[in-house]
Each structure stands twice: as structure tokens, then as C-alpha cells.
Design a protein around this ligand. Structure first.
Ligand code: C5P
Length: 408
């Protein structure tokens, strides 16, 4: 057992689906155990036609799980517990059928049900015949899984069980283990850091039942908070009203409603923060006076709202920033994107600004994807393609980590 491997002490769920490459899963399980991981195998019913549960349970020291319950004892296997137990959820081999079920959430077996319950990082190592691998449907499912945050360990080219030659051989077990180790080693780059994230909209009360708000759903900020926590940071997530919840245990959520409340919470956390990322869509104005009682149409035929400008949270933190702190903001633009973003970064004393344009399809509010350009205070500009918000969060944190390393 290797205590030097990042896999040491990690909980790995190894999902095996029914393809001929399942014979390689025995070697894979052996290597994972040798690296110090605890391995729990889940097999689809057809995987058992290719390799026996006895082989897998002997190698891992744990009974293989394949059904929702054990037939003779009625013992129930909880897919939720298994999903939560996992630090890494690996499906190898991943057949076309299992990939399709994962991509569409068809939870008709223990493996896919556990996949839907897991909060762990998920890897799949596809293995199938050349034509199946090349099929548009497989490509589409892989793209969907990727945008759901699943990492694909690419199949290799070579001779396949059908004697056809082409892409479809499952990656070698040693390469799969290396991919997991690489991921785990790179993962904790923010250990010991305190990251502050603001997210979501703010609501500015007009009266007890009405408010001024905006279309922000908080998805981008929550994705940034999850990514920072996954990298080992302690995260304070100051969130406006959203219907999301944070998953990672290192995220401390402070729920607020108005821009003023967000400012108070952000300022309190900022003192000890190493990195602050302002992704909230803060309302620019709030009613000058919120009515204590519901405003009734019957009582006033005209209603004029006087508004006052809200505090700028990013600019307030920018003015209070001390050496060693890194402050990033967002700019959601509709035109003149480049100039507006850079002007905002300078005016608010930000070290970086993440610009997304409403002119780009798939970017902005409510979507699961985003397309960003990142400007750094040193003048650097990085343009990214349309990606899932989880992937954009990783790009943002990679850029911040590089800037912080340069500043040190
Ligand atoms: O000026 P604008 O609202 O476009 O600036 C966007 C950036 O400033 C975002 O990072 C946003 O979270 C932050 N901001 C803030 N407080 C405000 C307005 C914007 O923190 N009142």
C-alpha cells in the first residue's frame, strides 16, 4: 500500500458495466487497493456475465453490490449512502448503455442510481466497439456528461474484441489510476485559504410583499464556491435569495436579502479572506422608503417609487483591501464589453474581472453554461469557450491561483 499516493485513504466506488473490458477492472481494483484506496465495487447485472463478483470482492475485501437488496436476506443497499461515501466515483468500463443512462438519469440499476446520488467527482472510462464509440448518440451522451462535470478518461485506439481496429479500448488500468491521482493531487490547491463568494440576486423591499430584484439564479457563484471548497478552501458564501443549496461541507452559507445585508455580511468575512469573488447581481437601487404596509391600488391610483443607490460591495471591499488579498468581480455586459469590464475593474480596485456578455448565447442568467472572458489587473486577457458553469468556475479559480502565485 502506498501512503504517498493521493488515493491513500480515499473512498472509491468502482462501477463496472457489462463490456468485455470488464476483465481489466480486476487489475484496476488491484491497483486502486495497492495505492491505498478503499474500493467498493458496484456491478450492473450484465457486468456479472463478464467478470465474477467473487473476483472483485476478493480483490477489494468488500462484497460487491449489484442489486438494490440481497435476495435471500432482504438486506437493503442504500445507493444514497454509497454515493455519499465516495470521494471518487469511477465507472470503468463504461458501456454505451451505461453512459446513455447516466447522461439521461435512467436509474434502473444500482450503478446509475448511486451515480445520481453521489456528490463525489465522477470519472468514466468508456469502452465499446469502434462504431458504437463513433456514433453521434455516444458523442452526445459524453458531451452531456462532460457538461455535468464528469471527467472522461478517453478510450484508446487499437484492436477491439470484435477484431475491428479503432477507438474504443478502455484506457489501461494504470493510466486510469494516474488520472485519478493527478486529479486528487491538483485538487487541494486552496488548502488553508479562506475564500469569500457573493452570489445570487438581492431583493430590495418595496413593501412586505414586493421587491425589486433581478433574474440572477446564483448558479455561477454557487459553482465557484463548490469549486473553491473542493480545492480545500474554507468558503464563506454570502447568498441572496436563490433556490440552490451548497453541497460541500466546507461552505458556510450566510443568507441575506438586500444589498445592504450583503454588504454587512461580506465586510465581516472579508477581513480574514485571502480571496473574494463577487459574483452576486446586486441591485443598483433600493426604494428610498419601504412601506410597512402593503401598498393598495385602491388607495392610490399612481405609485411613484423614489430609489436610492445601493452601496457597491465590490468597490467597498476594493477600497478596504490589504496586501495579499485578491479581489475578483464579474461584469455582465450587453455592449462595449471590453471597455466596460476593464473600466469596472479599475474603478472598483479589483485584481480581476470575469466578463460575460448577454450577446453570447448560453451566457448569463439562469443557464447552466457560461462563456467568459477574464481580464487581470496586469493587462492579461483570457477568452474561454462556452462551458458548464462548473467548468467556468474551475477556469476562474485556475486564473486566480496563477495571479496569486505571480503576486507572491
Ligand atoms: O457595476 P456592476 O454592477 O456591473 O458591477 C459588477 C460587479 O460588481 C460584480 O462583481 C458585482 O458582484 C459587484 N457589485 C457589488 N455591489 C454592487 C454592484 C455590483 O458588489 N452594488
Amino acid at each position: 500500500m502506498s501512503i504517498d499516493s493521493p488515493l491513500y485513504g480515499k473512498h472509491v466506488v468502482l462501477g463496472i458495466s457489462g463490456g468485455i473490458a470488464a476483465y481489466k477492472s480486476a487489475v484496476l481494483a488491484r491497483l486502486l487497493v495497492k495505492a491505498g484506496a478503499e474500493v467498493q465495487v458496484i456491478m450492473t447485472p450484465s457486468a456479472r456475465e463478464f467478470i465474477t463478483p467473487l473476483t472483485m470482492s476478493t480483490l477489494t475485501g468488500k462484497p460487491v453490490i449489484s442489486e438494490f437488496f440481497t435476495a435471500n436476506t432482504g438486506e437493503w443497499h442504500s445507493h444514497v449512502d454509497l454515493g455519499l461515501w465516495a470521494d471518487i466515483f469511477l465507472v470503468a468500463p463504461a458501456t454505451a448503455c451505461t453512459l446513455a443512462k447516466m447522461a439521461t438519469g435512467v436509474a434502473d440499476n444500482m450503478l446509475v442510481t448511486s451515480y445520481l446520488s453521489t456528490r463525489a467527482k465522477v470519472f468514466v472510462a468508456p469502452a465499446m466497439d469502434f462504431d458504437m464509440m463513433a456514433h453521434r448518440s455516444t458523442a452526445r451522451n459524453l458531451r452531456t456528461l462532460e457538461s455535468d462535470g464528469v471527467s472522461i478518461i478517453e478510450a484508446a485506439e487499437g484492436e477491439l474484441a470484435s477484431h475491428l481496429c479503432g477507438k474504443g479500448r478502455m484506457a489501461e488500468p494504470a493510466d486510469i489510476v494516474s488520472a485519478l491521482e493527478k486529479y486528487l493531487a491538483s485538487e487541494k490547491t486552496l488548502a488553508g485559504k479562506h475564500v469569500l463568494v457573493t452570489a445570487g440576486p438581492t431583493y430590495e423591499r418595496i413593501d412586505p410583499v414586493r421587491f425589486i430584484g433581478n433574474f440572477s439564479t446564483g448558479k455561477m457563484g454557487y459553482a465557484v464556491a463548490e469549486e473553491a471548497a473542493a480545492r480545500g478552501a474554507r468558503v464563506t458564501l454570502v447568498s441572496g435569495p436563490v433556490s440552490l443549496s451548497a453541497v460541500h461541507p466546507s461552505i458556510h452559507v450566510v443568507l441575506v436579502e438586500s444589498a445592504y445585508e450583503m454588504l454587512v455580511a461580506a465586510r465581516a468575512a472579508f477581513d480574514s479572506a485571502d480571496i473574494a469573488i463577487m459574483s452576486a447581481a446586486v441591485a443598483d437601487y433600493a426604494p428610498l422608503h419601504a412601506s410597512e404596509h402593503k401598498i393598495k391600488r385602491e388607495h392610490q391610483s399612481e405609485c411613484v417609487l423614489s430609489l436610492k443607490a445601493n452601496p457597491d460591495i465590490a468597490a467597498t471591499l476594493g477600497a478596504a483591501k490589504h496586501a495579499g488579498q485578491f479581489l475578483a468581480g464579474f461584469a455582465l455586459e450587453t455592449d462595449n464589453e471590453h471597455a466596460n469590464a476593464v473600466e469596472k475593474m479599475e474603478r472598483k480596485h479589483l485584481d480581476m474581472i470575469v466578463m460575460n456578455s448577454l450577446r453570447d448565447e448560453g451566457a448569463g442568467f439562469g443557464t447552466d453554461t457560461n462563456k467568459v472572458t477574464i481580464y487581470c489587473a496586469g493587462g492579461e486577457k483570457r477568452e474561454f469557450s462556452l462551458k458548464s458553469k462548473a467548468e467556468v468556475a474551475a477556469d476562474i479559480l485556475n486564473t486566480i491561483e496563477e495571479c496569486v502565485a505571480r503576486q507572491a
